[in-house]
Design a protein around this ligand. Structure first.
Ligand code: Z5A
Length: 221
């Protein structure tokens, strides 16, 4: 049932590995629930049965080299399913969509990390998403050494991406920060290097401002 309090919004969490996206997604979900805002949580790549199968293909370590074109197209194949079957319908119902990674990850990982031209990503973004873009991107930012240490402490050998070299993640982080600098209205950069209570204090302030803005929009204030 759509909330009369706000229109649906697409909120995404981004950042390099181990930055705390999953941990903080739960924090944001609790905050939205407390505010009485209807929402779903989801993730990319994934979010539908077929997209989750594509995720498994993308993350599995393998001997065969994966071309950057194949990786890019698989990301967008999963996204097409996710947008069509999950995200767009939820927004149409007036729900907020809280998504662990979205197309900014493609600009950062396939663009910054792998060197795919931005124009190719932008073309696929338009084709798959039409005008759909996140209303707010929470970019959790931490230095690469800290992020990787957290991720590796948690998950051992890691997936195909986690096995990349430090320089790859430096390029990914730089691409994220460049996007945030280029669009300060849509991005909110949170310093994720501190302890969790400090990170969630900053995130909570930013989220409360977003909720208040959404309510003002509906009340015409
Ligand atoms: N990918 C891509 O290339 N292109 C795309 O378009 C998309 C994705 C959409 C899978 O994503 C891979 O897909 C990803 C990019 C690529 N590459 N990798 N790897 P993913 O989001 O599923 O994978 P991930 O980045 O590895 O996410 P994650 O493992 O869930 O990490 P996280 O969510 O950022 O971290 P976390 O699990 O919340 O926290 C990690 C640990 O740190 C955990 O033990 C926490 O308790 C701890 N933690 C968190 N915050 C703190 C603080 N503040 N202090 C101390 N410890 C903390």
């Amino acid at each position: 049932m759509a909330s009369p309090a706000t229109r649906g919004r697409l909120i995404t969490l981004e950042g390099i590995e181990g930055v705390g996206k999953s941990t903080n997604l739960r924090f944001i979900a609790d905050r939205l629930a407390a505010a009485g805002i209807p929402f779903i949580t989801t993730r990319e790549p994934g979010g539908t049965p077929l997209a989750e199968e594509i995720r498994a293909l993308l993350l599995a370590p393998r001997d065969e080299a994966v071309s950057r074109q194949a990786e890019l197209l698989l990301m967008f194949a999963a996204r097409a399913q996710h947008v069509t079957n999950v995200i767009a319908p939820a927004l149409a119902r007036g729900e907020w969509v809280l998504c662990d990674r979205f197309t900014d990850a493609t600009y950062a990982y396939q663009g910054g990390g792998r060197g795919v031209p931005q124009a190719s990503i932008a073309w696929l973004e338009d084709y798959v998403q039409d005008a759909l873009r996140p209303d707010r991107v929470f970019l959790l930012d931490v230095d690469v050494a800290t992020g990787l240490a957290r991720a590796r402490a948690r998950s051992g050998a890691g997936d195909r991406f986690e096995r990349e070299r430090v320089e790859f993640f430096e390029r990914v982080r730089a691409a994220y920060l460049a996007r945030a600098r280029a669009d300060g209205r849509r991005y909110c950069v949170i310093d994720a290097g501190g302890d969790l209570p400090a990170v969630q204090r900053d995130l909570g302030v930013a989220l409360d401002a977003l909720i208040a803005e959404a309510r003002r929009e509906v009340s015409g204030g």
